[in-house]
Design a protein around this ligand. Structure first.
Ligand code: HEC
Ligand code: HEC
Length: 145
């Protein structure tokens, strides 16, 4: 799968000299991103901003517009993302082990039916079904001690 991100994001990590060259060719300059597992740390950050945050904001806001009106990196990465280098899982709500079943309530059902599949898709990963090492609850939530 290939990804396209706009020049404005790519420019954040380019030197002033390169930036001038790119600007001359206009706004149509794009960079193709490799699959998630092959991205550099800079590409991961750019992809999170260009694709992941808007896509996941739409999903969370459709579920609860008021609660998730202000949806950004910290919503998933927690309060100390700069210090941890955006490592996951984060310091958001700690989750019991094993996780609650999907029918435990609407918030949990939302996590199973919408959040996990959407996030796994954005990361080119399989959904964790309990028998594989795919992406699941603990991709974002730290297991409760
Ligand atoms: C919907 C939740 C969500 C949001 C919002 C989000 N991220 Fe992420 N991010 C993740 C997950 C999950 C991972 C870990 C993916 C994995 O397992 O490799 C991750 C990984 C990363 C990584 C790679 C970390 C590493 O250790 O390799 C960076 C960098 C990053 N995010 C930056 C950002 C930035 C910057 C923003 C805001 C523009 C952002 N993220 C918004 C869920 C999110
Ligand atoms: C892409 C990241 C991500 C994944 C994966 C994820 N969650 Fe969440 N979850 C969140 C965010 C963001 C919140 C809201 C912030 C918070 O409550 O700390 C949240 C909140 C919750 C809450 C608290 C709800 C409330 O009413 O406060 C529970 C319970 C929960 N998740 C369970 C789960 C379960 C179970 C799974 C796996 C099926 C899961 N989550 C997968 C990001 C994620």
């Amino acid at each position: 799968m290939t990804r396209i991100i706009t020049a404005s994001l790519v420019l954040l990590s380019l030197s002033a000299c390169t930036k001038d060259e790119v600007t001359e060719t206009g706004d149509s300059v794009v960079e193709e991103l490799p699959p998630w597992a092959e991205m550099t740390q800079d590409q991961k950050g750019a992809y999170m901003a260009s694709d992941v945050t808007p896509a996941m904001a739409a999903i969370f806001q459709a579920y609860d517009a008021e609660e998730y009106a202000d949806f950004n990196c910290a919503t998933c990465h927690g309060s100390n993302a700069d210090a941890t280098g955006y490592a996951m899982p984060s310091d958001i709500h700690q989750l019991s082990v094993p996780p609650p079943e999907a029918y435990a309530g609407p918030a949990v059902e939302f996590m199973y039916t919408e959040v996990v599949p959407a996030m796994a898709g954005l990361l080119d990963m399989d959904v964790n079904d309990g028998t594989n090492d795919g992406f699941g609850c603990y991709g974002c939530h730290t297991p409760e001690q």
